[in-house]
Design a protein around this ligand. Structure first.
Ligand code: SF4
Ligand code: SF4
Length: 103
């Protein structure tokens, strides 16, 4: 998996650049860009932080089908992973954050 930044959706808020633990993301002309995607280890912090659905993971064929994209919709109580396949099909997995940490 690797991240993909959709520039047309990016509003330049800088939230992704603040959370990347590898300092891989930066703003260029008010759009987020990644220095070298090969350095990304897929921690998902930027995907979860982006309020615009501008960052997703692209999925390999063995995971979600070629062209599939994985987005995150974060809220105070839940985190929803949204899988959009190339054919338009969509699947969602919603995690209750409090229950996820209750083990
Ligand atoms: S997935 Fe993690 S390591 Fe990769 S660019 Fe996003 S925040 Fe940085
Ligand atoms: S968090 Fe999303 S909208 Fe904000 S700068 Fe990063 S990619 Fe753009």
């Amino acid at each position: 998996m690797s991240i993909r930044i959709e520039s047309a959706k990016c509003v330049g808020c800088g939230r992704c650049t603040d959370v990347c633990p590898g300092n891989l993301l930066f703003l260029q002309q008010r759009k987020a860009v990644i220095r070298d995607s090969r350095d990304c280890w897929g921690c998902t912090a930027c995907v979860k932080e982006c309020p615009q659905d501008a960052i997703c993971f692209t999925l390999e064929a063995t995971l979600g089908g070629a062209g599939g994209r994985l987005y995150a919709q974060d809220s105070a109580a839940t985190l929803t992973w949204v899988l959009r396949l190339a054919d338009g099909a969509e699947q969602r997995i919603t995690v209750n954050k409090q229950q996820a940490n209750a083990y």
